[in-house]
Design a protein around this ligand. Structure first.
Ligand code: NAP
Length: 264
């Protein structure tokens, strides 16, 4: 086994910290929200982006925007990795969805699907690309976890369970990948302005009979010090940093992008 074969050079100060020219990045759930922003940011850094999503129209649109490769795939199916081109250097495990219900009413099939898409699919994807990364002696796995990978909220049993599991998977990838130049990290955002959250705002506004602004400030951002939603581009910027040379010593860690939520 090769032991720590390469020395990247993060001490070279360059205005562009994230030159990813020649790298191929797979971004799941790239048709929308954070995934789309990551696809754009990694492409802007020079990577060739494989845009993976189950929404065919969105996949084609984003792939065209970033001059990438579209792959329409449902991550809840076990053979989705067959559709991916070879040569992946970067994986952004991003696809996910939410279901809000008390445990006693939580549909078991929804619980199982959330774990499939948000834990099993990242495992299968990473499992399929690691041999190539090991051969080339370089790789980056960035897992879009959540503040809910670090903290629980009521009524989000499957999502909180899945994100905590993803945190564990990321650490194991970090330990196994280190001798081969592969890093694995979790990015843990608070509430980001994406369609996933817009739906939750609407649902809460209806449930509580209050306005959307009040839902954001009084309910969603109650534990956060900074009372605004994060923009997807802010998350994507951190992802790009982690994929670049300056991310080479960051592995096995979880980085909250949470406006001070975990400072409590
Ligand atoms: P989003 O805008 O809903 O985007 C998620 C994308 O994933 C959608 O395009 C969705 O397709 C796709 N997707 C869902 N299930 C899939 C499957 N089985 N196979 C393939 N693609 C699938 O959500 P987002 O807010 O950007 O969230 C992205 C990630 O960030 C998720 O893992 C989420 O947990 C995490 N996150 C989000 C926030 C936030 O506040 N938004 C905070 C922390 C973490 P469809 O549109 O067709 O369903």
């Amino acid at each position: 086994m090769k032991r720590f074969p390469h020395r990247e050079n993060p001490t070279t100060h360059s205005p562009d910290l994230t030159d990813l020219t020649g790298r191929q990045a797979v971004v799941t759930g790239a048709g929308s929200g954070i995934g789309r922003a990551c696809a754009h940011r990694l492409a802007a850094a020079g990577a060739h982006v494989v845009v993976v999503d189950m929404d065919a129209e969105a996949t084609a649109k984003v792939a065209a925007e970033v001059s990438g490769t579209p792959v329409v795939a449902d991550l809840s199916t076990p053979d989705f990795t067959d559709a991916l081109p070879p040569g992946t250097d970067i994986v952004v495990n991003n696809a996910g969805f939410q279901h809000v219900a008390p445990i006693e009413d939580f549909p078991p099939e929804v619980f199982a699907k959330i774990l499939k898409v948000m834990v099993e699919a990242p495992f299968l994807l990473v499992r399929s690309v690691l041999p190539g990364m090991y051969e080339r002696g370089w790789g980056r796995v960035v897992n879009i976890s959540s503040i809910h990978g670090l903290r629980a909220s009521p009524y989000k049993a499957a999502y909180v369970t899945a994100k905590h599991a993803l945190e564990g998977l990321s650490k194991v990838i970090a330990l196994e990948g280190a001798p081969h130049g592969v890093t694995s990290t979790c990015v843990c955002p608070g509430y980001v302005r994406t369609p996933l959250v817009e739906k939750q705002i609407d649902a809460q506004a209806e449930t509580h009979g209050i306005g959307r602004d009040e839902v954001i400030e009084r309910i969603m951002l109650a534990p956060a010090a900074i009372k605004r939603l994060i923009e997807p581009e802010e998350v994507a910027e951190l992802v790009a940093y982690l994929c670049g040379p300056h991310g080479s010593f960051l592995t096995g860690v979880s980085l909250p992008v949470d406006g001070g939520w975990t400072a409590h």
